[in-house]
Design a protein around this ligand. Structure first.
Ligand SMILES: [Zn+2]
Length: 309
């Protein structure tokens, strides 16, 4: 007898039917520690809790944390934050660009990368039983270096074992075409399992249309201090894709990566701003249907998969 599996979103509290995900910040960070951002670590549990509570008060129901392996995800804290706020949280495994890690970390992980990804997706992160629901990887500036290619090979292997979606950081928004050539063209990951992030950092509408045509998810983030120069282009980027009929594959997130960017304890605008300010503007300029797709229907489909294991 065969069992019928249906796609679910793997949250830190367990697998969720996609229609239960609700209003979602598709790319953000509650905890993040990078060697590139000394003194700006996101590691304050109370601040994370306040930020998520304020997001919930603004109507938020789900957050996808794109912090990968080794960068201070604090996975053990995520179920408690999710339970006390009622906001679903999806954690990630995966690996960032090498410069985010302390010296020697990347070499230390070496050939065990795919194995680590699979374990974090199916068993738990670290010593916890909190499972990741996505694999975060990172490209390079216009081309993929050896580290990026190595990590993407491991991510594709983990995808084929588990079904997990792959979420991609693009350096200055570039090289998404090279990422699809590798993940989809060479490594046979379906484009519907690939989420291309930070595309606002390279607001090239024709390039975005080419990516949409290839069937991947397109994720835009901001406003944030780190993405400030991209803020004025965000609505135009979304509009260009909506005009061509791709409103059904767009995602938006806050991508809060530093304590300073947090609303609760920094200067903001932080995670709640997505719903208090950005969503009303998307509604006004692109329509309520597009806003509902971006914040609800699209993330529910992008992060849902038929999990194996
Ligand atoms: Zn991010």
């Amino acid at each position: 007898m065969s069992t019928v599996t249906r796609p679910t979103v793997r949250t830190v509290l367990g697998d969720l039917a996609p229609e239960q995900l609700g209003v979602c910040d598709a790319h953000d960070h509650l905890f993040f520690r990078s060697a590139m951002l000394p003194g700006q670590e996101l590691d304050d549990e109370d601040a994370a809790l306040t930020e998520v509570r304020d997001f919930a008060a603004a109507g938020g129901q789900a957050i996808v944390q794109w912090t990968p392996h080794g960068l201070g995800r604090r996975a053990e804290l995520l179920p408690g934050i999710s339970t006390s706020t009622g906001v679903s949280i999806v954690a990630a495994t995966g690996m960032h660009r090498a410069e985010h890690y302390p010296e020697g970390f990347v070499d230390g992980v070496g050939s065990r990368l795919a194995e680590i990804f699979v374990a974090e997706l199916t068993v738990g992160i670290g010593n916890s039983s909190v499972r990741a629901g996505a694999i975060k990887v990172a490209g390079g500036f216009h081309v993929l270096d050896a580290h990026a290619r190595f990590v993407m090979h491991a991510a594709a292997e983990a995808h084929h074992t588990t079904g997990a979606p792959i979420a991609v950081h693009h350096e200055h928004g570039s090289a998404a075409d090279a990422v699809l050539d590798l993940l989809v063209g060479e490594l046979a990951v379906p484009p519907s399992s690939v989420i291309l992030g930070h595309l606002n950092r390279s607001p090239d509408h024709r390039a975005h249309l080419d990516l949409a045509e290839r069937g991947a998810w397109l994720a835009f983030d901001g406003p944030s201090r780190a993405n400030h120069t991209t803020d004025p282009w965000l609505l135009d980027c979304l509009a260009a894709l909506v005009d061509k009929g791709y409103g059904d594959r767009l995602l938006v997130g806050g991508d809060t990566t530093t304590a300073r960017a947090r609303a609760a304890t920094g200067e903001g605008p932080g995670i709640p701003y997505l719903l208090t300010h950005l969503r009303p503007r998307i509604r006004r300029h692109l329509g309520a249907e597009v806003a509902a797709a971006i914040f609800e229907a699209n993330p529910a489909r992008a992060f849902a998969t038929e999990w194996q294991g």
